[in-house]
Write a protein that binds this ligand. Structure first.
Ligand SMILES: [Zn+2]
Ligand SMILES: [Zn+2]
Length: 131
């Protein structure tokens, strides 16, 4: 499925996105406490795509915070169903950070790295291949 278009959206389909790019820039599992809060889970599964290649239909609400490195990270979620859909980061304005659980085909996500594992919940299962 690697040559398939990347599409996805929130649980209620009010927000939908399509990427013309089929190859992510980076794929990562982020275990930081902010991602735990924003997803309500153990980590954020993030697929990084070029912003220029993605079309988002529907309006997200963003919750922003300043990361320790000074970048402002904005977690975008559907204001109707609450699903996390994608994030933005002022340090990388040309990228968009898709929450991989929102993909129509979640098999398109293949994480290559895990970050902020020192903040992981003790009940999280860290993948030794990624650390
Ligand atoms: Zn929704
Ligand atoms: Zn994080």
């Amino acid at each position: 499925m690697s040559d398939a278009t990347i599409t996805g959206g929130c649980a209620c389909s009010a927000v939908r996105y399509t990427s013309t790019k089929t190859k992510p820039i980076f794929e990562v599992k982020c275990h930081c406490t902010q991602c735990q809060k924003a997803t309500g889970s153990a980590f954020a599964a993030i697929m990084v795509l070029p912003k220029a290649d993605i079309t988002v239909e529907g309006d997200l609400t963003f919750h922003s915070y300043t990361a320790p490195n000074g970048n402002v990270v904005s977690h975008g979620f559907c204001p109707i169903c609450g699903s996390p859909v994608h994030n933005k980061n002022t340090g990388y304005p040309d990228n968009i950070y898709i929450q991989a659980g929102s993909l129509d085909d979640t098999s398109q996500f293949n994480p290559v790295k895990a970050i902020f594992t020192d903040e992981a919940a003790h009940w999280d299962n860290l993948d030794p291949k990624l650390n």
